[in-house]
Write a new protein. Structure first.
Length: 339
């Protein structure tokens, strides 16, 4: 009688363990494959909730039903124009046929490895069929942004124009996507999208590429500098020309004013000295005295004829010696003025 409660307890524990191993749950982000002795049985479990299975002999293999990511390692590959570039690609995928996925791949690690092979191979093929500009540029027909300060002549030179392309990076990505999506579909995987994350030159050729880019930009800078120096020389030449023009016009205006003033002065003098015979004689006398002042200085010797106009005033001059006390010299002006 004492053994019976123990047996009942063992049976209850076994029943509880069997019941717990027969019950399992599927979350909203999972789907499951039921295997019996390692082989799938029945249809995949795709609905969430509490489920039953045969205890001990059946196992639950959960499979993620969310959107998963694939991020490949950067890989060096050549383009059509023989330039080695480092391409970094990423993709998004999900499991749409869990049974096919389980039979061929079993787990996510195997799926990631197979995606590495397929996407890496298709990326290498697509890059090898296109030139570098097709992979770098996003779209064709794009209008470049230009500085609003460019002149019409600089715009006519087509500075900053873009190299024409046939496809662009978006279409290259679509080519890789279409080719890879067909190959991964047999594994029960749906490829949702792929994108180039980073494209860069290979480490061995990157310094040479940068040097060439620097040289090209330096040539452009030298051209702009030469054009700037030419424009500066033209501006300086125009400045000198305008300055000379202003100075010549100012000099002409000054000479015109001076000539008009001299003419007015001569007219005033003429009117004044022609007022009477005495005024004319006085004018002749003052002009002669001014001529004497300009011609005669200490030690000057003059040779004049007796009928010279200059001699008639010198003829009446007397030597003045202040020590003797004689009268100052006179020039005969009074006798001329009284006639």
């Amino acid at each position: 009688m004492k053994i019976l409660p123990g047996i009942v307890a063992v049976i209850a524990a076994a029943a509880t363990f069997a019941a717990s191993s027969a019950v399992y749950t599927i979350s909203e982000v999972e789907q499951a494959i039921i295997t019996q002795f390692g082989k799938p049985v029945g249809e995949p479990i795709t609905t969430a909730g509490l489920k039953l299975k045969v205890p001990f002999i059946q196992d639950v293999n959960p499979i993620d039903r969310r959107v998963l990511e694939w991020d490949g390692n950067p890989s060096d590959m050549p383009t059509k124009d023989k330039l080695y570039i480092s391409v970094d690609l990423f993709a998004r995928w999900k499991i749409t046929e869990p049974l096919q996925y389980f039979l061929r791949l079993r787990d996510e690690r195997s799926a990631q490895s197979r995606l590495d092979d397929i996407l890496g191979s298709e990326t290498r093929n697509a890059v090898a069929k296109h030139e570098l500009i097709e992979i770098i540029r996003t779209t064709r027909g794009r209008t470049p942004l230009r500085d609003t300060l460019l002149t019409d002549e600089e715009r006519a030179q087509d500075i900053g124009s873009l190299v024409p392309i046939q496809k662009g990076r978006a279409l290259v990505e679509q080519e890789i996507f279409k080719a890879a999506a067909q190959k991964v579909r047999v594994f029960g995987i749906e490829l949702l999208d792929i994108r180039f994350k980073r494209i860069n030159y290979n480490e061995s050729v990157r310094p040479k590429i940068y040097d060439r880019m620097i040289s090209e930009r330096r040539q452009i800078a030298e051209r702009f500098l030469s054009e700037g120096n030419g424009e500066a020389a033209r501006i300086r030449g125009n400045r000198v020309r305008d300055l000379n023009k202003i100075q010549s016009e100012a000099y002409r205006a000054v000479e015109e004013i001076r000539g008009a003033a001299d003419a007015s002065a001569a007219e005033i003098y003429a009117l004044a000295y022609d007022a009477s015979p005495q005024a004319a004689e006085f004018y002749e006398f003052t002009r002669t005295m001014q001529a004497y002042k300009d011609m005669i200085s200490d030690g000057t010797t003059l040779v004049l004829s007796t009928d010279s106009d200059l001699f008639k005033f010198l003829n009446g001059m007397q030597t003045y010696n202040p020590n003797i006390g004689s009268d100052p010299p006179y020039l005969g002006v009074s006798s001329a003025a009284t006639q």
